[in-house]
Design a protein around this ligand. Structure first.
Ligand code: AMP
Ligand code: ZN
Length: 463
């Protein structure tokens, strides 16, 4: 497996710290609004990475955090309002009710897209203690300072700051020029802990008084807590590179004194009408919107895989429509290729070649577009149909498209339907086309789609 590392800026072969085991941290959602399909594109990318590693035989421990405090509306200036509090004001619910509501909705979205569940979804508000500990360690090691009940990271104390995002101190200075926090030593210092303002409900006790954590510190605290002081892969969307991950590196390395994350993988954005899809820009769609328009959510997964994760991708309903049709078509092929006499024997040379090309594509920096070309070649390949079926069924462990979903074994069909199919076969054999056609129409009304193939009838169930 090889993939592009944001830090080293090249595609590199990947070897886990411990052979056969991969620790992977995925930046999770801020649970103040429904996750949109842009967010989900990033989680599909992380899921594909995990599935490819598992396809290659590794065991992956994936941790995805839930941000339920401290993510401000202005990420770069670290200012504005806590997003959770925006939702509290809008909806009149308590912060933990908002978090619960949108965490559940997020998990349902993952399930609808066949994104495998992480081992754990730790919540920021359950790890305040760990965050305070990281902040204390940073103060002890002279990477942070206290001023007016706030704790700031002293960016000048960490010379390699900017390595991930390639931001220079000059550019940071100008980005922060407008904001004026007299407690900071330098305008580009960022908050680890913030004093609770008058009337704030979400606050905790700390050595520096009542307050709440900054956004970045949660990911340092929880990644180290669950994956250890050195782990293999950290994923996120490209907007996380700065400031979120730049600051996470400064914190985690400042606190431990060594490299913590070995590889960084970032997925690029989903756009709508040419602009980044965003909760705050209101140009977003959710999985529920897809379903309401009659689409299979997995058609969105299929659509996402048609663009490499390192390119931006523009979402349109037309593209969604063709992805939906394409997916239906693949599933229909599967119902035609399945055979009652499937055997686990050796594959033919031509099938092995397709298999090799598929594996090569997905392990080459997640080249799913190339892998899908191989999938599309299967239909016209000169190999037995049962090989077509078993190749695609195996590849679906990576693709996650439920491609064999419509394949129903004869014995799983309701008895009345199985009997009608058999009756139609008898009618066809005796040349009684009229009866055969009538039975086919009846079956269609029952939701059964029939295709006649050289090796007998194939059927799929409409859902
Ligand atoms: P948030 O809930 O805002 O913390 O974002 C959750 C994840 O979605 C983060 O990893 C973001 O980088 C990612 N993300 C946000 N907007 C988009 C987008 N338009 N396309 C792809 N990923 C996104
Ligand atoms: Zn994070």
């Amino acid at each position: 497996m090889r993939f592009y590392d944001t830090l080293q800026r090249e595609v590199l072969d990947f070897k886990p710290i411990e052979e056969g085991h991969v620790g992977m941290y995925t930046c999770g959602p801020t649970v103040y609004r429904p996750a949109h399909i842009g967010n989900l594109r990033t989680y599909i990318t992380a899921d594909l990475l995990r599935r490819v590693l598992e396809f290659e035989g590794a065991e992956v421990k994936q941790i995805t955090n839930i941000t339920d405090v401290g993510h401000m509306t202005d990420e770069v200036a670290d200012a504005g309002e806590d997003r959770m509090m925006l939702a509290v004001e809008d909806e009149g619910l308590a912060p933990d009710e908002i978090a619960h509501k949108y965490t559940e909705a997020f998990l349902e979205g993952l399930d609808a897209l066949n994104i495998q569940r992480s081992a754990l979804y730790p919540k920021a508000t359950d790890h305040i203690h760990e965050m305070i500990e990281v902040a204390q360690k940073l103060i002890e090691r002279s990477h942070a300072y206290v001023a007016g009940g706030n704790v700031y990271y002293d960016v000048d104390s960490f010379p390699s700051y900017g390595r991930l995002s390639h931001n220079t101190i000059d550019s940071l200075q100008s980005a922060h020029r407008i904001e004026n926090d007299p407690l900071k030593r330098n305008s580009y210092d960022f908050l680890l802990w913030r004093v609770a303002g008058e009337g704030r409900v979400m606050k905790w006790q700390s050595p520096w008084g009542d307050g709440y954590p900054g956004w970045h510190i949660e990911c340092s605290a929880m990644s180290i807590r669950y994956l250890g002081e050195q782990f293999d892969i950290h994923t996120g969307g490209s907007d996380n590179v700065f400031p979120h991950h730049e600051d996470e590196i400064a914190q985690s390395e400042g606190a431990t004194g060594h490299q913590v994350v070995m590889r960084w993988l970032h997925g690029h954005h989903l756009l709508a009408e040419g602009r980044r899809m965003a909760k705050s820009a209101q140009n977003f769609y959710t999985v529920t919107d897809l379903i309401e328009r009659g689409f299979d959510p997995l058609a969105f997964r299929y659509l996402v895989m048609q663009t490499r994760y390192r390119s931006q991708m523009n979402f349109t309903w037309d593209a969604m429509q063709s992805a939906h049709r394409g997916l239906e078509n693949l599933r229909k092929h599967m119902t035609e290729w399945v055979s009652e006499s499937m055997q686990d024997g050796e594959l033919s040379a031509a099938a092995m070649d397709l298999d090799r090309r598929f594996a090569q594509s997905v392990t080459d920096d997640l080249d799913l577009p190339a892998a899908l070309v191989v999938v599309s070649e299967v239909a016209s390949a000169d190999i037995p149909t049962e090989e077509k079926f078993s190749l695609v069924e195996r590849w679906d462990r990576v693709l996650g498209l439920d491609l064999a979903r419509d394949v129903v074994a004869l014995e799983e069909l309701p008895a009345a339907i199985a009997e009608k199919i058999a009756e139609r076969e008898r009618a066809r054999e005796s040349g009684d086309w009229k009866t055969a056609d009538r039975l086919r129409d009846e079956l269609q009304r029952d939701g059964v789609e029939l295709t006649d193939t050289a090796s007998g009838p194939r059927w799929s169930l409409r859902r």
